[in-house]
Design a protein around this ligand. Structure first.
Ligand code: BV8
Length: 226
């Protein structure tokens, strides 16, 4: 039995990382056009670096919660029992899944703690804050940006994800509002191919999944995994 799990900002909310569209969410404080598009970065790189430096500092101080830990346990048990394929796709750019013990996390929107050189494509861990003055350690250019996927950019790992989703027998969506594509289309794609679909969310979306369970991730995910 192949399982595909998609997570969003809601799974990291109880670790203290902001969600985007909830009351007081990141997009209500920073318009996404200004801080999560290539155009916004070209217009005001300092603002975008400040936005991601702030989030990077919070992410480094955060700890995985019981939901992240439960998914890591599920993956280990799934692989040990040889129960079939297991894939964890996340829209999140934090590293809490990895720090909870998950392996092979597919970060389709990139990783906050990594940097990308816009000039030579060099990608590596980001040692601290980024700024327009920072120089690429590989080519020396001053074109460093957070290694995240902005709106209008092509998500990472789409080849693999494009194979995994239609092959899923069970598709589980955790802590995502289902507003951002192409991730928002995965559940319907899996269902069309015959998968059972389950949503675990604080505010489940009515009618988009075969089953929906309402609650905080740190409570309902360990219950589901048990
Ligand atoms: C692309 C950057 C082409 C990193 C982000 C149709 C098809 C294809 C594209 C589009 C389309 N329609 C529109 C588009 C364009 C666009 C898009 O989707 N726009 C939206 C606004 C309509 N998409 C793109 O531009 C994408 N690129 O399409 O390229 C392409 C496509 C396919 C193949 C080839 C080429 C790129 C999108 C990536 C944008 N970058 N982030 C960063 O700064 O983090 S998106 C951003 O939103 C984050 O990554 C975030 O993860 C993501 C999704 O948000 P959620 O995770 O769901 O968070 P949200 O706050 O919305 O919801 C939180 C949920 O948690 C809620 O439901 C809440 O109830 C729940 N919750 C809260 N607390 C808890 C909880 N649940 C449980 N427990 C709790 N305690």
């Amino acid at each position: 039995m192949n399982i595909v799990i998609l997570t969003g900002a809601g799974i990291s909310a109880e670790s203290g990382l902001g969600t985007f569209r909830d009351v007081g969410g990141l997009w209500t404080r920073y318009p996404l056009e200004d801080v999560a598009t290539p155009e916004g970065f070209a217009k005001d790189p300092a603002l975008v670096h400040e936005f991601y430096n702030m989030r990077r500092r919070i992410a480094r101080r955060a700890s995985p919660n019981a939901a992240h830990a439960a998914l890591a346990r599920l993956e280990a048990g799934w692989r040990e029992a040889g129960r079939g394929g297991f894939a964890l796709v996340t829209q999140n750019v934090d590293d809490l899944h990895e720090r909870a013990g998950s392996r092979n996390v597919l970060h389709m929107h990139g990783e906050l703690l990594r940097q990308l050189c816009g000039a030579c494509g060099d990608r590596r861990d980001c040692p601290g804050d980024l700024s327009a003055a920072a120089r690429c350690p590989a080519c020396g250019a001053g074109a460093l940006r957070p290694d995240v996927v902005w709106f209008g950019e092509i998500p990472y790992r789409m080849e693999e994800i494009g194979d995994l989703v239609p092959a899923a027998d069970l598709f589980v969506s955790i802590g995502t509002s289902g507003e951002v594509y192409p991730a928002a289309g995965f559940a319907a794609e899996a269902a069309r191919a015959g998968a059972r679909t389950l949503e675990l969310n604080l505010e489940p979306s009515i009618g988009r999944f075969d089953e929906a369970r309402e609650g905080r991730a740190s409570e309902i995910v360990p219950l589901w995994v048990a």
